[in-house]
Design a protein around this ligand. Structure first.
Ligand code: B12
Ligand code: SF4
Ligand code: SF4
Length: 312
């Protein structure tokens, strides 16, 4: 069967898992409206602009009959240096997944074309796709209290990619069980208290938003809670028992760690100019906050450690 052959090809390419769903509106699409109305998206205006297409993925690729959903492992264990501030989140330590994973999805899209698809459009975090909801409906895992898609036997340290295709592939059964149980470790561990309730995150309090998406100063009361992070945050994934038990290092060479800020002079970003920043960090995830953003982040990350040390 074509679906079986597709999944075998995905495994051969090194994806963690592959599931199939259809592009119809996901069941919790209305939650996006409620979330946006509360202002939890902060300055991520694109989420407002794209809401219609996120709620109805068919609008993105009108000819699509099926969505192939892929999980891409980015996990690497922390070394002692990774825990030293200024810290960067695990997902950003390898080469930029927007390029690496998109290319790898492109290879699977090529395979679909060789097997009769006229349409095979890959996305990874670069389109108005409700990636976690589609992954859940494709049977790949459940949405945890920390809002992450979690897969039994794997954990949550992966990217989610999709390929919209006009091949009429059969959908997998949705993942319908919740394996969080009475656990609340992620909610309790979040240093900025960004979770309003289980599965609802106020992004404007999340360290990942503050260090990557937000422009301008990080609000002073949150600085002391950054726990040394200067780019992204792993805490609500690190504390999850499913990651403790199952996270295993990525087999994708390009996603293995190459970037680190360990041991940099605390004035490093202050002393380089835009040209030097582009030369050193061009093509890395640090381009999103840019030089001004990284200066702000490193200052705040180091200040957060000083203030922790000040505490009685
Ligand atoms: C905006 C965004 C952010 C924002 C907001 C995060 C958020 N939780 O909403 C910020 C900048 C904070 C962020 C941070 C991170 N992100 Co981000 N982010 C996104 C993005 C672009 C959109 C997410 C979105 O639409 N948010 C709006 C809310 C309302 O949507 P949602 O959380 O997906 O919720 C839906 C479902 O959960 C469901 N739902 C809601 N309530 C309930 C209740 C029940 C019972 C059920 C069943 C379902 C359900 O309905 C919602 C609407 O469809 C996606 C990529 C994409 N295209 O989807 C990546 C994405 C979610 N991010 C990802 C990653 C890796 C991260 C970080 C780990 C990075 C880091 N280390 O710093 C952190 C994790 C923080 C966290 N706990 O979420 C991955 C997640 C992979 C996974 N395993 O789930 C994604 C999918 C990117 C990718 N392609 O791999 N991110
Ligand atoms: S990524 Fe960090 S700051 Fe954001 S919700 Fe998770 S623990 Fe909180
Ligand atoms: S830490 Fe516990 S509550 Fe949070 S996502 Fe993991 S299992 Fe669910």
């Amino acid at each position: 069967m074509l679906a079986e052959a597709l999944k075998a090809r995905a495994a051969e390419l090194g994806f963690l898992a592959c599931g199939i769903t259809d592009p119809s509106p996901p069941p919790h699409a209305d939650r996006l409206d409620a979330w946006l109305a509360k202002g939890y998206a902060g300055t991520m205006r694109y989420l407002h602009r794209q809401a219609k297409r996120r709620k109805d993925p068919r609008l993105n690729v009108p000819d699509a009959l099926a969505v192939v959903v892929l999980l891409e492992n980015y996990y690497s264990p922390d070394t002692a240096a990774d825990l030293d501030p200024p810290r960067i989140a695990k997902y950003a330590r390898g080469q930029d997944y927007h390029r690496v994973t998109l290319e790898r999805l492109g290879r699977l899209a090529e395979w679909l074309r060789e097997h009769g698809a006229a349409v095979a459009h890959p996305y990874v975090d670069d389109g108005p796709i409700p990636e976690r909801e589609l992954a859940q409906r494709a049977g790949l895992g459940w949405i945890g209290k920390n809002t992450m898609l979690i897969r039994p036997g794997v954990g949550s340290f992966f990217f989610i990619g999709t390929i919209f295709t006009d091949l009429p592939l059969p959908s997998d059964p949705a993942f319908t069980t919740d394996h969080c149980g009475s656990c609340t470790r992620c909610l309790d561990a979040c240093p900025t208290e960004a979770f309003i309730e289980p599965r609802v995150l106020d992004a404007t309090r999340c360290i990942s938003y503050l260090t990557i998406e937000q422009r301008g100063a990080i609000p002073e009361p949150l600085v002391e809670h950054l726990r040394g992070f200067a780019f992204g945050c792993d805490i609500c994934n690190d504390v999850c028992p499913w990651n403790h038990r199952f996270a295993a290092p990525t087999s994708v060479p390009e996603l293995r760690p190459v970037h680190s800020l360990a041991g940099i002079d605390e004035r490093h970003f202050e002393t380089i100019d835009e040209a030097e920043f582009r030369r050193r960090y061009g093509g890395t995830a640090f381009e999103r906050p840019g030089l001004a953003g990284m200066r702000r982040n490193v200052r705040a990350a180091l200040a957060s450690m000083d203030r922790q040390e000040d505490r009685p």
